[in-house]
Write a protein that binds this ligand. Structure first.
Ligand SMILES: Nc1ncnc2c1ncn2[C@@H]1O[C@H](COP(=O)(O)OP(=O)(O)OP(=O)(O)O)[C@@H](O)[C@H]1O
Length: 295
């Protein structure tokens, strides 16, 4: 870990980030010590142990020496201005960055004390354990039933049709969708409303019995009613799953999460109980962001 000899980074240096995603009234005088996060980034019952994580796209550093634990069965929200690295960091947790050729991830990333980036690791199995829900609902152009049954089929989770039927029904129930679709399971999923499609994608993730669900701005394409439904669902799901959510909405982070992590230009500035982050943040950058001074 680099905290013994932290690199001092002046934030005005990072033109490449600002060029892509302009951040208003960046407090330029604020110095962030690389690898130094204020608050409570570590947990006793860690599901993920992430240490000294760096991510680059070619020559551009997007994640700068971040260390964080994600606790079992917590809901942790990643917030911060556009381009600060929230999605990049989230995608490390189930190796979704693997498909980006110029993306290089270094550091120690462990799930249940096992290296996520071990060469021998089966990435398909990893992504079944660590499921993902994306910003835009992305159901397959198949029936509602087949969308949910797809994962269990390829992972061999059901031997008989009746087992598969049970998995589909249970997953749709957990996603709060069963009542709305039980009479039209053969209808095509792309004909559903956006909110229903997103809950279908959650059902699809749940169907392979994941331990963790990563959510990358899951409500940004939804109206307020559909958003409220997904947030209710997250509260129910948090009893069974560890949830990591990237959100642009501070209100959403405040409503759904136990802990909040504030990212800034690739640094993890602060991690604390959500209530503390929004009522008495420790770092001046967190305070500036949550009070709307920039971002
Ligand atoms: N595929 C990619 N290739 C090159 N650079 C990328 C790629 N994806 C992200 N980046 C860069 O990495 C940095 C972090 O981006 P990232 O999308 O992780 O930020 P974010 O905080 O999730 O942003 P937003 O809130 O706008 O979604 C940005 O400078 C971005 O331009």
């Amino acid at each position: 870990m680099n905290t013994m000899n932290p690199t001092i980074t002046k934030e005005a240096d990072h033109q490449e980030v600002e060029a892509v995603a302009p951040v208003r009234e960046q407090p330029e005088e604020t110095i962030i010590e690389e690898g130094k996060t204020v608050g409570e980034p570590f947990a006793d019952n860690a599901k993920f142990k992430l240490r000294d994580v760096n991510v680059s796209y070619g020559d551009t550093r997007a994640i700068k020496n971040i260390s964080l634990d994600v606790a079992k069965n917590e809901v942790i929200a990643f917030i911060g201005p556009s381009g600060c690295g929230k999605s990049t960091f989230l995608r490390c947790l189930n190796r979704m960055n693997d498909s980006i050729e110029i993306c290089k991830v270094t550091g120690s990333l462990q799930l249940d004390d096992q290296d996520i980036y071990d060469r021998r690791r089966d990435v398909v199995e990893l992504r079944a354990r660590v499921g993902m829900v994306f910003q835009k609902p992305n159901p397959f152009p198949k029936s509602i039933y087949d969308n949910v049954a797809y994962g269990p089929r390829i992972h061999g989770l059901a031997n008989r049709k009746s087992d598969l039927d049970d998995i589909v029904e249970n997953s749709l129930r957990k996603a709060g969708l069963w009542g709305e679709v039980k009479d039209r399971l053969d209808a095509t999923a792309t004909g559903m409303s956006g909110g229903q499609q997103q809950r279908l994608c959650i059902a699809r993730a749940i169907a392979v019995s994941p331990e963790v669900i990563l959510m990358d701005e899951p409500c940004s394409a939804l109206d307020p009613i559909a958003t409220a439904r997904v947030e209710e669902l997250m509260a129910e799901m948090s009893e069974s799953y560890t949830i990591v959510i990237v959100t642009h909405s501070m209100q959403q982070a405040a409503r759904v999460s136990n802990r909040t992590a504030y990212f800034h230009l690739g640094h993890l500035v602060e991690v604390n109980e959500t209530n503390k982050v929004f009522t008495s943040p420790e770092h001046e950058l967190t305070e500036s962001y949550i009070t709307g001074r920039f971002g």
